[in-house]
Design a binder for this molecule. Structure first.
Ligand code: GLU
Length: 508
């Protein structure tokens, strides 16, 4: 017997930007699929039209592209199980809802909004502040369980607005085996009769997710822990529509924790770190939520950090390429407890990845950061050489500005304070005389320059160490940067000599 092809899906509702937890869900689905030679499907769950936010769908695709986690099938990538947007599948759901009603496991409910409000007002108590439509309440409402068959038929014929609700069984235990948590059980008596099909003919998430996971032949699904309470409803729908044996294997991922409980969008603004993958501007309120991409994270670092937020390979290894993750990822090693997000650690990953990758991998991003600051880069090869030299000092991409903009612009002001106490006429004479021998160097390399500088310093009777800091200040304007002769090598002869000469004019 041939094994079923692994098919996983990420099924976001396009309601806003993607939280890092959402990207971790994508990542685990993706890794699992690729490890098993399977397919990764992106399905847009937009059946709740009232929550639809323009731009959110495009944002999701752009995020996945940036992260290098592109789906095999989606509204944009095509595939043979489409449409991949649930609102375009509207017609396919009603018959499943009818089938459930015919089987006696779901029912029509004709209650108006006023009737539902009246029910809630009537039953509200201190212990039960938001009464639900459940097994105790359904007997007091206007639905196909309480009305006569004739009444129901006539209401349907008249086109009376109605929903279809699941009839949750009483005192039954529903269980399934979660890939991360093992056996999980629920008492059906505490679950309400969720709406499956809405008055506008659209399915709710519960019905749509089950129908589409079936029709799209999904075999495994990683999703957030917040969906665990809905699982008993889904298990029952699978049981009645397609058979529980066809149900995908679920893995409910633990929450990501922030400094104070569940990591939220608000934590980002409060503690000053990004929570979304990319910047997201709410089209209604104009509110901007910062993204990792714009903060200067590399996608390699971002997914690496997310991979180990709740998983490890059992060794001390922390830095993983995407290919290594595909090989090493295992559901058995995903923790069931919440994973704490640590921004300092996230930055550490970025620093590691900046060092690990060749500067060519991110030079274009740095180039646009520089351009935003008004520095147009003409020569990419020159930029890459510089980035390579300073990358060990950078944690986030914007750090390259501080560590390398001086290569492109001579310092406007130089802070000579660190050398003034020991500045004297001998030193001034040394630098004044330095231009000539520098100009005669034919092999303009850091090592040659350093040897020459030492010789000249010794000849002048000054410790070379005492001359290096002034030289650095002359070239870069402050007490920072990579080794001074490396800087001179990159600046080139002309620029090095010019900077020294210009700086000397500012010194006594
Ligand atoms: N549409 C749900 C969401 O927005 C999908 C949950 C699931 O993966 O079943 O997260």
């Amino acid at each position: 017997m041939t094994e079923k092809k692994v098919r996983v899906r990420f099924a976001p509702s396009p309601t806003g930007g993607l939280h890092l937890g959402g990207v971790r869900t994508v990542l685990y689905n993706y890794l699992f699929a690729k490890q098993h030679g399977g397919d990764f499907i992106l399905r847009i769950e937009d059946t709740d039209q009232s929550r639809y936010v323009p731009g959110a769908e495009e944002y999701i695709f752009e995020t996945l592209k940036w992260c290098g986690l592109e789906p095999d099938e989606s509204t944009q990538h095509g595939g043979s199980f489409g449409p991949y947007r649930q609102s375009e599948r509207k017609e396919s759901y009603r018959r499943y809802a009818e089938e459930l009603v015919a089987k006696g496991v779901a029912y029509y409910a004709f209650d108006t909004a006023e009737e539902l409000d009246a029910m809630r007002n009537r039953l509200r108590t201190a212990e039960n502040p938001s009464p639900q439509y459940d097994r105790t309440v359904r007997t007091q409402m206007r639905n196909s369980l309480t009305l006569s068959k004739e009444e129901v038929e006539s209401l349907l014929q008249q086109g009376t607005a109605h929903v279809v609700r699941i009839k949750m069984p009483e005192e039954e235990t529903v269980s399934f085996t979660d890939m991360i948590r093992g056996e999980v059980s629920f008492d059906t008596s505490v679950v309400d009769d969720k709406v499956l099909l809405k008055a506008d003919g659209m399915p709710t998430y519960h019905l749509a997710v089950v129908v589409d996971d079936f029709l799209m032949q999904i075999t495994h699904a990683f999703r957030g822990e917040e969906w665990l309470p809905s699982a008993p409803v889904h298990v029952l729908l699978w049981r009645h529509l397609f058979g529980e044996d066809k149900m995908p294997l679920w893995a409910h991922l633990p929450l990501i924790l922030g400094p104070s409980g569940k990591l939220s969008k608000r934590d980002g603004a409060k503690y000053g770190f990004p929570v979304f993958a990319m910047n997201w501007k709410d089209p209604k309120t104009g509110e901007l939520t910062e993204g990792f991409r714009e903060r200067g994270f590399l996608p390699e670092a971002f997914i690496n950090m997310l991979a180990v937020l709740g998983w490890n390979d059992g060794t001390e290894q922390e830095v993983f390429t995407k290919d290594e993750l595909v090989q090493k990822f295992s559901v058995e090693r995903v923790h069931s407890g919440g994973a704490k997000f640590d921004f300092e650690k996230a930055k550490w990953f970025n620093h590691e990845w900046i060092k690990k990758l060749p500067a060519t991998a991110y030079s274009q991003k740095v180039k646009s950061i520089f351009e935003e600051k008004g520095l147009a880069i003409q020569d990419d090869a020159y930029l890459e050489k510089i980035l390579e030299l300073v990358k060990d000092r950078c944690t986030l991409l914007p750090d390259f500005w501080e560590h390398s903009s001086f290569f492109f612009r001579a310092p406007k002001t130089i802070d000579f304070a660190p050398v003034m106490a020991k500045w004297n006429s001998d030193k001034k004479a040394f630098f004044t005389a330095l231009g000539h021998p520098l100009r005669s160097v034919s092999d303009w390399k850091a090592a040659t320059l350093e040897a020459l500088f030492k010789n000249l310093a010794e000849g002048a009777g000054i410790k070379p160490g005492e001359l290096q800091l002034p030289m650095r200040l002359m070239l870069v304007g402050g007490k920072f940067g990579p080794p001074v002769f490396d800087i001179a090598e990159i600046l080139g002869k002309e620029e090095t000599v010019n900077r020294i000469e210009a700086a000397l004019e500012q010194l006594p």
